[in-house]
Ligand binder design. Structure first.
Ligand SMILES: [Zn+2]
Ligand SMILES: [Zn+2]
Ligand SMILES: [Zn+2]
Ligand SMILES: [Zn+2]
Length: 224
């Protein structure tokens, strides 16, 4: 319990507590969407109801049920709460404070605090990748990543298309020399090293073997 903890979480909340119990709604600093904490029944109220019966407490409870939003800083918010529930017993006040503390811990799980602007924001307004709120770090980054992925795919496709054209040209116009490994040109001999490029036809089986081969790759006949 204490101010330190109160300041640790958003001051953008509504106190929905009544005499009967405690509940708070915490709002996202960006979209104002609220997270309502679990309702905790007041033990003081339960006891009182048990002993005194409902009676005059009903009207008091009715006055307490109004929701209200607090746009003030936390210190002031605490004052306002104090004032609103001034008529309540000290035991109830204590419960209320404790419930508020628990409610904050509960709500915190559903919010992120932007380290840049210090806003408390809901999941929807949180840029997980950047660790910042979507105001400080618009999801452009996410879109950029998607665009990048898309471009990568189109690049691959483009490259594949280009490669096909390229290999096509090599096959039709150029041969890689088996001797030196360099483009050999279109002649019968390598334009680079002069090695013969014509395929040697096997006299026995007719298979074509690369120039310089000594035995037929198909039947093993010695090539001339
Ligand atoms: Zn939000
Ligand atoms: Zn921010
Ligand atoms: Zn060559
Ligand atoms: Zn052969």
């Amino acid at each position: 319990m204490g101010e330190g903890n109160l300041i640790g979480f958003t001051d953008n909340f509504a106190d929905n507590s009544t005499e009967a119990g405690f509940q708070f709604t915490f709002y996202c600093d960006i979209c104002r969407e609220g997270y309502k904490t679990r309702f905790t029944e007041s033990k003081t109220y339960k006891k009182g109801r048990f002993f005194k019966g409902l009676g005059s407490m009903v009207s008091a409870a009715a006055q307490m049920t109004g929701k209200y939003n607090i746009g003030y800083g936390i210190e002031r918010g605490t004052d306002v709460i104090g004032e609103k529930f001034k008529g309540m017993s000290p035991a109830w006040q204590k419960e209320h404070e404790e419930a508020f503390e628990l409610a904050q811990n509960e709500a915190k799980e559903h919010f992120h605090r932007c380290p840049k602007c210090t806003k408390w924001v809901c999941e929807n307004d949180w840029n997980e990748q950047e660790g910042l709120c979507t105001v400080c770090a618009p999801r452009i980054n996410v879109e950029v990543a998607a665009a990048k992925a898309e471009k990568a795919v189109s690049d691959i496709k483009e490259k594949a298309a280009k490669t096909q054209v390229f290999t096509g040209k090599i096959e039709s116009k150029q041969t890689i020399c088996p001797q030196c490994g360099k483009p050999a040109g279109e002649g019968k001999f390598c334009s680079n090293c002069g090695a013969p490029l014509a395929l040697i036809k096997c006299s026995k089986c007719g298979a074509e073997n690369p120039a310089g081969t000594r035995f037929c790759g198909e039947c093993g006949t010695k090539l001339e």
